[in-house]
Design a protein around this ligand. Structure first.
Ligand code: CO
Length: 214
């Protein structure tokens, strides 16, 4: 099918509803954005940032990729981070993983898929780094959940160590980095207690998060 009439129709209905509630909504948005939050989450279709957070367009800047990975050499993610922190001056960066993440699952198995294996390698690195702790968990599902959590902790660390965030803290900008998990099964967010608001908090927050019980 070349056309997607139902989606265009959905759009028209959404615009009509928004205008009914707030006739100035689109006019206001067209003047600019000043979101307080940057969301770095998984590309999974079941994890839509705005809906989970109950936020409207204009309220959260979003970067999503497979398994919410933050790599220093990924110019896409780092550019989003830079724009959000240095230009938009967001107050919070939220790294949010989710239980049942297909990317993390694939990384914990050793099947060869193709190009994506290079991306998943970053999660395999997380798994290897925490291999001993993960092996202590007998239940396979619990071990998978823990790897999802550890991946968030590591990626939040990577945000903290980025030049963008280090420079922001250096110039005294108020900025906190958070690590959260979303549960697709019940729609609830869980704070992993990785909340880092300055360079001197990284090590302690990391230690607590890593030693946290499942
Ligand atoms: Co995922």
């Amino acid at each position: 099918m070349r056309l997607l009439p139902e989606l265009i129709e959905n759009n028209r209905n959404w615009v009509a509803n928004v205008n009914k509630t707030d006739p100035e909504f689109f006019n206001t948005l067209s003047k600019g954005q000043s979101p307080q939050f940057l969301w770095i989450g998984c590309a999974d279709s079941r994890v839509p940032a705005n809906q989970i957070l109950g936020l409207n367009p204009g309220e959260v800047f979003v970067h999503r990729n497979i398994a919410n990975v933050v790599v220093h050499s990924d110019f896409n993610c780092q550019s989003v981070l830079e724009y959000a922190v240095s230009v938009l001056k967001v107050k919070h960066v939220i790294v949010c993983g989710h239980y049942g993440c297909g990317g993390v699952k694939a990384a914990s198995e050793n099947h060869h898929v193709g190009l994506i294996d290079n991306w998943l390698r970053h999660i395999r690195d997380v798994r290897q780094k925490h291999e001993a702790a993960l092996q202590e968990i007998d239940d396979e599902g619990a071990r998978f959940d823990r790897l999802v959590e550890l991946n968030v902790v590591e990626q939040a660390e990577n945000v903290c160590h980025s030049t963008v965030v280090q420079d922001a803290w250096e110039r005294g900008q108020s900025l906190a980095v958070h690590g959260w998990i979303y549960s697709i099964g019940d729609g609830l967010l869980k704070d992993l207690d990785v909340t880092i608001a300055g360079p001197d908090e990284i090590a302690e927050s990391y230690r607590v998060a890593i030693n946290r019980n499942v």
